[in-house]
Design a protein around this ligand. Structure first.
Ligand code: F6P
Length: 254
């Protein structure tokens, strides 16, 4: 029954907090690897979690991916929050348009009746082009907004899945494999211990900026991401984790 299900999820949350040393964990029912609506439920939980913590005028930086797209989909307007600004957390990371941070932040603004600013930095640029682009006043301005965000909402992926989805060049792919990367977030690849083993060079939020951000919410589920979530959370004890039953049970070995 409903109550038992709720109690079961609470139990998973408590166990995950202990295992991952994280203060806040939200677990939604189901496994998003098996049922697509579970991703939407994580999206709904995330939208609620964001609203509880945001204040008018706040800047929210978001990453890309299908989970973040589900978060955007589930955003709704809030009479008390009519002046939010959404920005992409980092420049292009090789995703398709629908999964890009730019697209997702525009969608979040549309759904929540907020504003957005985009970052137009292509994925593969020569050093010279890159250096002159980041000096462009409009790009600089958005980069400054990103650095002053009060909230970051991001996905976590399995390292190899992400490296393949991004059509990572062979040389980097070999490095990612040789160094046993298991998790990916923000364009950073992590091994089982949560150490960075590779990073996609791009502008925007860097990993070392995260401790200064007031609210960081990680959203990732599906039993196939259990290892990735466990590895990434080793360096994100202050983040809020929103996940699903599938990932939670796999992670806890249940
Ligand atoms: O590429 C952006 C990104 O947020 C990655 O950092 C993350 O690994 C991935 O998307 C998650 O994608 P999905 O939600 O589709 O699994």
């Amino acid at each position: 029954d409903v109550m038992r299900e709720v109690l079961g999820l609470k139990d998973l949350e408590t166990k995950l907090k202990q295992k991952l040393h994280v203060e806040e964990v939200i677990v939604v029912a189901g496994d998003s690897d098996l049922s697509p609506w579970v991703k939407k439920e994580m999206g709904r939980a995330c939208a609620t979690c964001m609203k509880e913590r945001l204040a008018n005028g706040d800047i929210v930086a978001v990453t890309g991916g299908t989970t973040m797209a589900a978060v955007a989909e589930m955003m709704t307007p809030d009479a008390k929050l009519n002046d939010l600004l959404f920005v992409p957390a980092r420049g292009g990371l090789g995703e398709n348009v629908e999964n890009q941070a730019n697209t997702i932040c525009a969608k979040m603004a549309e759904k929540s009746l907020g504003n957005y600013r985009l970052l137009h930095v292509p994925d593969h640029l020569s050093r010279e082009a890159y250096e002159s682009l980041i000096e462009e006043p409009t790009v600089k301005e958005v980069l400054e907004l990103i650095k002053s965000c009060r909230m970051v909402v991001h996905g976590i992926g399995d390292a190899i899945t992400m490296a393949e989805r991004r059509k990572t060049p062979n040389e980097d792919m070999e490095k990612i494999q040789a160094r046993h990367a298991v998790a990916e977030a923000f364009g950073y690849y992590f091994n089982e211990k949560g150490e960075v083993v590779h990073k996609v060079k791009t502008v925007g939020i860097q990993l070392e900026d995260l401790p200064r951000v007031e609210h960081v919410i990680a959203v990732a589920g599906g039993s196939s991401k259990a290892k990735a979530i466990q590895a990434y959370m080793k360096r994100a004890h202050h983040s809020i984790l929103i996940t699903d039953e599938g990932a939670a049970k796999a992670l806890l070995g249940e």
